[in-house]
Design a protein. Structure first.
Length: 167
């Protein structure tokens, strides 16, 4: 699932996760309905395990792009993807395949629920990365968040960010 979002409205990412819950989680897992083609493809491929940000602005990376553009009154957009790992099969309407940069990645682990995720994500970008210049975000690449668990408010909830590294 993907959606184009204006940089000046990053809160739309959270709303998009709400759409995901309403379209897939609630009917299938909470109401026990038989999955339709879209829902089944999402379940089969683990859609919801990752959040990806990407855009078509050349010669940048998503971390620096977000720093420059988020919250500003601009009409530039990024594509936010709620994804999984494609295992084959039909790609129904409303879904698309997004190729991911191969190579070395840095995986950062956060705990403490979504509120802690947002705080730790900011610390990662503003403090940890500048203090570790040996890790350089690959240009023209995505920003990928990973999620594991269902209770996003639990202190045991695990999530993080995966950063593609320059070769």
């Amino acid at each position: 699932m993907s959606k184009n979002i204006e940089f000046c409205h990053p809160e739309e990412c959270t709303k998009f996760w709400g759409e995901y819950v309403e379209r897939i989680i609630k009917p299938v897992f909470m109401e026990g309905k038989t999955p339709d083609e879209f829902q089944q493809a999402a379940i089969d491929n683990g859609v919801g395990a990752f959040g990806l940000c990407t855009c078509d602005i050349p010669n940048h990376n998503c971390a620096t792009c977000a720093e420059v553009n988020f919250g500003k009154k601009c009409k530039k957009t990024f594509t936010y993807v709620i994804g999984g790992i494609y295992k084959g099969g039909n790609v129904p309407e409303g879904m698309a395949l997004f190729p991911i940069h191969s190579g070395k990645w840095l995986k950062v682990h956060f705990e403490g629920g979504m509120k802690a995720f947002h705080q730790q994500y900011q610390m990662f970008h503003k403090e940890w990365l500048p203090a570790h210049p040996e890790y350089k975000w690959a240009d023209n690449s995505v920003s990928m968040e990973w999620y594991q668990g269902t209770d996003i408010n639990s202190p045991d909830y695990q999530c993080g960010v995966m950063m593609p590294l320059e070769d």
